[in-house]
Design a protein around this ligand. Structure first.
Ligand code: GLA
Length: 329
């Protein structure tokens, strides 16, 4: 073979090997994480722990706040354009489920719903992978603990009422307040002394507005037991009670969350925030992303539904318990 021919064939072989290497290079895993309320600490924590998973496993995490339908659907287009193979999502509205799934399917993307479960046109939950909290059980725990503390305080039942700041459009949060109310009644608290106020948004201003309206209607109550769909709901109610002049020791409020409520105890002043049903943004952020990564990379399908637990903490033990859950406060 002449010298030139040999050189050409060697270059060709190198070129071909190079191309094969390029073809065989594993595609970078990119995962979207879409949340309905990016300003809420719960969702910021989910993102934080999802990022930890991304750093550990070496995938790219694309975080997008999606407060409504149009931003959600556009975000999925964006993810596809960036080459993401799947996403974890807390939808702004469970009824967007079918639209989210048809878009995701058109791009061949995998979907894992977190926190809020998709609902189909028939009103039933959709058959889509989901991780949520054990809402009913956690609500019952809140109701039982409220009752226990009501007894501890030795309050007269005639002077005491319970306030529920509710948001019944969303199943996971309806189950929480229903569970708490049912447990209070089962313990013996009078059902007609549990007053419900629906909030327009599941945040502090939404709850403040709902609680203020409710308090205007029940001015004779001396002591309040307070529960809601999340910490924000309870904190909004507390601010409304404070504005009406209630002292911290006339209130027993129990939240559900992993952040805002706990911070209430870092403040110097007294607070009616008595306990928190601690839930895990580590599992909802880190674990969902990890499951999605393994699904994309190794074809390991996650369990269809995962329900995470809650644990009641008080001012005395919250630091230690939060640390045990991997939360740095
Ligand atoms: C819902 C609520 C959030 C948070 C999560 C936890 O999405 O709106 O505040 O409690 O559930 O799963």
């Amino acid at each position: 073979m002449n010298k030139w021919l040999r050189l050409v064939s060697i270059s060709l072989v190198i070129f071909l090997l190079g191309s094969v290497a390029v073809l065989a290079a594993p595609e970078k895993v990119k995962i979207g994480f879409l949340v309905k309320m990016p300003e809420e600490l719960w969702f910021q924590n989910e993102w934080k722990f999802a990022q930890q998973a991304a750093d550990e496993y070496g995938f790219e995490l694309i975080k997008i706040g999606t407060p409504d339908g149009p931003t959600t659907l556009t975000a999925i287009d964006n993810l596809a354009a960036q080459g993401a193979q799947g996403f974890v999502i807390c939808t702004p509205d469970p009824r967007l489920g079918p639209a989210i799934m048809s878009k995701a399917n058109s791009y061949g993307m995998k979907v894992l719903a977190v926190d809020d479960q998709f609902v189909g046109p028939d009103g039933e939950f959709m058959d889509v992978h989901y991780m949520g909290i054990s809402a009913r059980k956690i609500g019952e725990m809140v109701g039982q603990s409220l009752y226990e503390e009501f007894l501890n305080r030795g309050w007269n039942v005639e002077d005491t009422a319970a306030m529920a700041i509710t948001f019944d459009e969303l199943d996971t949060v309806k189950q929480r307040t229903d569970g708490a109310a049912d447990a209070l009644i089962a313990e013996g608290f009078p059902a007609d002394q549990i007053h419900r106020a629906a909030e327009r948004t599941t945040d502090v201003p939404g709850a403040f507005e709902a609680a203020s309206a409710l308090l205007a209607k029940h001015q004779k109550v001396k002591h309040w037991l307070v529960f809601s769909v999340n910490d924000e709901g309870v904190l909004g109610a507390l601010r409304a009670l404070e504005q009406r002049g209630y002292a911290a020791d006339d209130i027993v409020a129990i939240g559900i969350g992993a952040g805002d409520g706990l911070m209430e105890w870092n403040k110097q002043e007294e607070t009616g925030y008595f306990a928190c049903a601690l839930i895990s943004p580590v599992r909802h952020g880190y674990e969902t992303s990890e499951l999605m990564y393994k699904w994309i990379k190794d074809g390991i399908e996650p369990p269809k539904t995962i329900y995470t637990a809650g644990e009641l903490v008080t001012r005395e033990n919250y630091k230690e318990r939060a640390k045990a859950l991997g939360l740095d406060l």
